[in-house]
Design a protein around this ligand. Structure first.
Ligand code: IPD
Ligand code: CA
Ligand code: CA
Length: 276
């Protein structure tokens, strides 16, 4: 997996340096030739090594052959950054094992391996279930921050149905209670930055399985916690992702509960008042 991710990352960098035409999947949902070329390369490599495995990739969808193994592939996470020349993007790949009994009884599969490769920094994050997480082969661990007021967090905003997303309220409230909230534009890297202790937590609404499959395993294997916004177990199709170092997880869940209930919400400052 690491070799495939590195090869795809190298391909992305070549496209990045040569500049690209932007195409639109939605009003603000971008795609480029690099997304497609990276996915084609990854599918070709998986097909050569594991021809019977299923693959779900963002650009080409699901190739379902009824295998117990399924790959989740985001060939370029951070397309908007990439298309604007902002060097924060990566390749994300995860492998899930789900035996037919699990599938027929609706139980989730087990994520057994994940890799995220950032070609701009040559950083390869890896994890295998039960074996810890690594950055370029060295063990990584989540941070030790135990109080929200000493935390740096990250979040993201979707590129479709933007007007329906309430995240600006969460962004505002949590910014006021922490050292700050970053919005770098690559959910897979955000999760890896939690795993390596650079961020103490991350959340986002409505992510897709290919965004989170690898990063969530890497956070867990680095000693962190991933759940839905009400604390229930994270699953690959949860569409609610809250990751942390574990120590501040309950405090973040409490914040989410309060914000969803509208409790203690400071109003967003009124720009007309500022202007006056
Ligand atoms: C996006 C990035 C971004 C997140 C968006 C995702 P893409 O993935 O992960 O950080 O905020 O919700 O869609 O489209 O660049 O693969
Ligand atoms: Ca993505
Ligand atoms: Ca993508």
């Amino acid at each position: 997996m690491s070799a495939i991710a590195r090869e795809a990352g190298k391909l992305l960098l070549q496209y990045f340096h040569q500049g690209l035409k932007i195409e639109y999947k939605g009003d603000a949902d971008l795609v480029t030739a690099a997304d497609r070329a990276s996915e084609a390369l990854i599918r070709e490599r998986i097909g050569q090594l594991f021809p019977s495995h299923d693959v779900l990739g963002e650009e080409q969808g699901l190739n379902d052959q009824g295998s117990d193994y399924r790959w989740y592939v985001d060939p370029l996470d951070g397309t908007t950054n990439f298309a604007h020349g902002y060097p924060v993007f990566c390749v994300s790949m995860a492998l899930e094992h789900q035996v037919s009994e699990q599938r027929s009884s609706g139980q989730p599969g087990t994520r057994i391996a994940g890799v995220v490769y950032d070609p701009t920094r040559d950083e390869l994050f890896t994890a295998e279930q039960g074996s810890g997480a690594q950055l370029n082969g060295k063990a990584i661990h989540v941070s030790k921050a135990a109080q929200l007021k000493e935390c740096l967090l990250a979040t993201g905003f979707p590129s479709h149905k933007r007007h329906k997303n309430p995240n600006i309220h969460f962004y505002h409230q949590i910014t006021l209670r922490t050292h700050g909230v970053r919005r770098a534009g690559s959910a897979a890297l955000d999760l890896c930055n939690v795993a390596s202790g650079r961020f103490d937590g991350f959340w986002e609404f409505n992510l897709n399985p290919w965004d989170t499959a690898a990063g969530a395993l890497i956070v867990e294997e680095a000693g962190g916690k991933v759940s839905r916004f009400d604390g229930s177990p994270f699953q690959i199709d949860s569409r609610e992702t809250l990751a942390s170092n574990g120590l501040v997880h309950d405090a973040l869940l409490q914040e989410f509960k309060d914000i969803f209930a509208g409790r203690g919400l400071g109003p967003l400052p009124d720009p007309r008042v500022y202007e006056r």
